[in-house]
Every structure is written in structure tokens, then in C-alpha cells.
Design a protein around this ligand. Sequence first.
Ligand code: AMP
Length: 298
Amino acid sequence: MQIITTVRQMQQACRSLRRRGTLGLVPTMGALHDGHLSLVRRAQQECDSIVVSIFVNPTQFAAGEDYETYPRSFNDDCAKLKAAGVDLLFAPSPEEMYSPDSTTFVEVPGIGDQLDGASRPGHFRGVATVVAKLFNVVGPDRAYFGQKDAAQVAVLRAMIRDLNFPVQLVACPIVRERDGLAMSSRNRYLSPQNRRRALILHRALEAVCELLEAGKTRSDILQGTLSRVFAADEGVRLDYAAIIDPCTLLPVADTAQGALIAVAAWVGSTRLIDNLLTENLPIETLHLHHGLMEETRA
Ligand code: AMP
């Protein structure tokens, strides 16, 4: 596997890959798990060549967040990508990605101020900026992102539309641990006790699933259940439990036409997110959604 750390070399390498056919990009911040690898596999299935990036992007961390302590396991990550058959990894330093004089940022106001954008001011400005830069470095035909970060998907779709990036965003299903916890690099922060507590996010979404299966689609009913589940554990601090349109991230009164149910909570000092996309599809799809996650894991 070739590892490139400079923008110039990466642009050159990607130019020659694009001549061979479609190019897929999988952007990550490293500390790779099966969720990341599911994006890699999907990209490999759909593109002639793929590149993965590992970059812990400083501009998407707000002051006081975990930028310094964010898990970094570069050698392990390289071994996983090599085993997955990845040929090209882009792993720039912060100095390579951001000139000290850089003043240009990409903002997606409105959508970028909802959910994590509200709780983590400046977060989506950092995400949109670094993804726009990666698009300019790599020039991918398709870019693969996890539905786990549903708000990120909405923000990036808006950015791609508004700035006419010639890229198709592919959103991939959430990959979960066997007990339902959504995989996340931050799960490794959890103490054994908090690891058990963290299941509350998945439990809350399962409770919503049950209501939906019983035909209860009104957001106020679902919202009441979400609040009750989270209130049951004092060790968990709810950040948001939102029932929203997956594109605009604005609240919807009823989920019958499809909705995103997104939750974020602090478990100890670790902030975790999870969500359920009901989509405008028959209820069986909800089961399929969960089945798919298991399939992706296996
Ligand atoms: P990160 O390294 O956390 O920035 O994640 C890189 C990409 O992997 C993002 O598009 C995430 O949405 C995606 N991702 C992270 N966790 C999961 C998961 N459990 N299932 C699917 N995709 C994921």
C-alpha cells in the first residue's frame, strides 16, 4: 500500500488513477473499526480505484474538545487497510492540509447549525472545509460516508449541491457491535461500566422502532419515549433527541413520510451519537436496516 503525505503528490497520483476509471474516496480520522472498513468494501465494489484518507482534522474540533487525545493508531490502521486491499492512503499532517495563512472556509449555514452543529459550534464548518479540500486533492467520482453521522451526510450533500462538486455522495448503513452499540472510534474511551451504559442510545432507538411497528408515527409520542428512556439513567446526559427531516434536519410533526431519529448523549465524558432513518418505506425496511448492519459486520 502506497502512503502519500503531501497534497501535490496525492493530486498527481489521483490524476493517473482517474485515467483508469472511476475513483472512490473514503475519508476517515483513523482509529479504524469495522464501520470504516464497511465503507472501504462498498467503495471497492463500486469503483475502479479507491483511496482512503486518514486525517484528524483540527478545524472540526471546538475548543476544549478531544482533538489532542483523539485516538490515533496509524500503524494498526495501515495494517487493516493493507489487509482490506487498499492501494493508496492519504495521510497528511495538519501543516500540509492547512497553510498557516489559510483564511478560506466552507460554511453550510442552517443545516450546519442543527444537531451536532448546535452542540459543537464550528464543527460542520471544519468538516465541510476539510471534505471540500479532500475533494480538490483527490477529485473522486464517489465519496463514501457513514449514515452514523447523519447530520454530516446532510451537510455534505448540501455542500456538494451548492458548490457543484462533481461527486456522488454514498451514505452507508451504520455498523454495530453485536449488542447494538454503533461502532465509533470514541467507544474506546468508555470504561466497562460506561460501555454498558452506552447501550442506552441503541435502546432508545429500538423503543422508537417498536412504536413505529405498532403504527405510532407522531413525533410527540416518539419524543416522549426517547425522553423516558434517557431519563432512566442519571449517568447519561442527553444532548439531543431529534425527530427531523433527514435532508433539512428540521423537526417533523409526524414520521409517516419518513424521518431521521437522531440522538446524542454524554456517557461519562464521552459524547456518543446514533440514529435511525425510517425512510418513506414499509415498516419491514426497519428490520432490513438492522439486518443489513449485521450483514455488513459479518
Ligand atoms: P470518522 O473516522 O469517525 O470521521 O469516520 C469516518 C467515516 O466513517 C464517516 O463517514 C463516518 O460516518 C463513518 N463511520 C464511523 N462509524 C461508523 C459506523 N459505525 N458505521 C458506518 N460508518 C461509520
